[in-house]
Design a protein around this ligand. Structure first.
Ligand code: NAD
Ligand code: UDP
Ligand code: UDP
Length: 314
C-alpha cells in the first residue's frame, strides 16, 4: 500500500485513476481546483477511508507527504483550455514546477500526463516518441501544446539535474464515461448531440483523423508505466492506434444511438491537426500493453453514461 497523490483527480481520467488506486488498496489524495472536474465524478469515493479530497490549485506550492504522484491537473479540451489560456500555461508550467519540487523533497516517483498535442500538426505518421513535433508557438492551441512541452522539459531537467524518478506518458485522444458533457470534444459532442436528436457538428469536411482510446485501457497503461524500473522515463505514447475520420466517428455514433440527427458542417478550428495516430511499439515492448476495448464497445459504455446523465438532468 502506498500514499498516492493524483492532481486533477476529480476530472475525467483522474477520477478513474483514483477509483482504480482505491480498489487496489492505496491511500489516495485527490487534489483538484474543480475548474473542469466535479465532485460528482468522485462522489462514490467520498467517505472511503483510503480516499481524501483536497481543493487546491497546482499553481500554488503544496506541502504533503506521499510516495508517488500522478500529475494530471490541466484542462484538456480546446474549449476549456482556451477559456483562460494564461491560466492553462500556468497550470502546466507552474504546476509542473511545484509538483516536481514536491517530488524532489520526498524523492517520490512522479508521472506527467503529457499529450499527443506535443506533436502538433504532425508531418510524420504515425507518431513515434522520437518525433519532435510541429507546433505553432503563438496560436490558440499553444497555451496547451507549449505548456505541456515545457512541462516535459521541466520533467527531463529535474531528471538530469536532480536525479528525479520521472515518468512521462503522451496520451492520445481518450474517451469514456465521466467526460464532461460540455467540453466540446468530439466524442462527447457527437454522443450528446445524437442522444438529444440534434444535428452532429462536423468541423471542416470531417476527413481529419484521430485515434480514440477507451479510458480503462488508458488507466492500465498509466499504471503500467508507473511500475516500470527507475530510470525508464519515457516519453511513451499511450493510445489506441485505430484511426478514424470524424465522418466515420459520426456514422458510428449515429448507428449506435439511432435517432434522427443529421450532419451539419462548421468551420474547422485554427491549427486543428489533420491526422493523429500513435505508434505504440514502445508501450508494447516496455509495458506489455496494448488497448483491448474496441471503439464500438467503448462507445456503447460512453453512450450509456451520457444517456443516464441527460436523464438525471431532465
Ligand atoms: P479533465 O478536464 O476532465 O481533468 C483535468 C482536471 O484537472 C479537472 O478535474 C480540473 O478541475 C483539474 N484542474 C485544472 N486546472 C487545475 C489546477 N490549476 N489545479 C488543480 N486542478 C486543476 O481532463 P482529462 O481528460 O481528465 O485530462 C487529464 C489529464 O490528461 C490532463 O493533464 C490532460 O492534458 C491529459 N490528457 C488527456 C487526454 C484526453 O484525451 N482525455 C489526452 C491527452 C492528455
Ligand atoms: N514545492 C512544493 N512542495 C514541496 C517542495 C517544493 O510545492 O514540498 C514547490 C515550491 O514552490 C518550489 C518549487 O516546488 O518553488 C520547486 O522546488 P525546488 O526545490 O525544485 O526549487 P526551489 O524553488 O525551492 O529552489
Ligand atoms: N470536432 C468535430 N466536431 C465537434 C468537435 C470536434 O468535428 O463537435 C473535430 C475537431 O475539429 C478535431 C477532432 O474532432 O478535428 C477532435 O477534436 P477534439 O477537440 O475532441 O480533440 P483534439 O482536436 O484536441 O484532438
Amino acid at each position: 500500500m502506498q500514499r498516492i497523490l493524483v492532481t486533477g483527480g476529480a476530472g475525467f481520467l483522474g477520477s478513474h485513476l483514483c477509483e482504480r488506486l482505491v480498489e487496489q488498496g492505496h491511500d489516495v489524495l485527490c487534489l483538484d481546483n474543480f475548474f473542469t472536474g466535479s465532485k460528482r465524478n468522485i462522489s462514490h469515493l467520498l467517505g472511503h477511508p483510503s480516499f481524501e479530497l483536497m481543493r487546491h490549485d497546482v499553481t500554488f506550492p503544496l506541502y504533503v507527504e506521499v510516495d508517488g504522484i500522478y500529475n494530471l491537473a490541466c484542462p484538456a479540451s480546446p474549449v476549456h483550455y482556451q477559456h483562460d489560456p494564461v491560466q492553462t500555461t500556468k497550470t502546466s508550467v507552474h504546476g509542473a514546477i511545484n509538483m516536481l519540487g514536491l517530488a524532489k523533497r520526498l524523492d517520490a516517483r512522479i508521472l506527467q500526463a503529457s499529450t499527443s498535442e506535443v506533436y502538433g500538426d504532425p508531418e510524420v505518421h504515425p507518431q513515434k516518441e522520437n518525433y519532435w513535433g510541429r507546433v505553432n508557438p503563438i496560436g490558440i492551441r499553444s497555451c496547451y501544446d507549449e505548456g505541456k512541452r515545457c512541462a516535459e522539459t521541466l520533467f527531463f531537467d529535474y531528471f538530469r539535474q536532480h536525479k528525479l524518478d520521472i515518468k512521462v506518458v503522451r496520451i492520445f485522444n481518450t474517451y469514456g464515461p465521466r467526460m464532461h458533457p460540455n467540453d466540446g470534444r468530439v466524442v462527447s459532442n457527437f454522443v450528446v448531440q445524437a442522444l438529444r436528436g440534434e444535428d452532429i457538428t462536423i468541423y471542416g469536411d470531417g476527413s481529419q483523423t484521430r485515434s480514440f482510446c477507451y479510458v480503462d485501457d488508458l488507466i492500465d497503461a498509466m499504471q503500467g508505466m508507473m511500475s516500470t524500473e527507475r530510470g525508464f522515463t519515457g516519453p511513451i505514447n499511450i493510445g489506441n492506434p485505430g484511426e478514424f475520420s470524424m465522418l466515420e466517428l459520426a456514422e458510428k455514433v449515429l448507428s449506435l444511438v439511432g435517432g434522427r440527427s443529421k450532419l451539419t458542417y462548421m468551420p474547422l478550428p485554427h491549427d486543428d491537426p489533420r491526422q493523429r495516430q500513435p505508434d505504440i511499439e514502445l508501450a508494447r515492448e516496455k509495458l506489455g500493453w496494448e488497448p483491448r476495448v474496441s471503439l464500438d464497445d467503448g462507445l456503447k459504455e460512453t453512450i450509456a453514461y451520457f444517456r443516464r446523465l441527460l436523464q438525471d438532468a431532465a
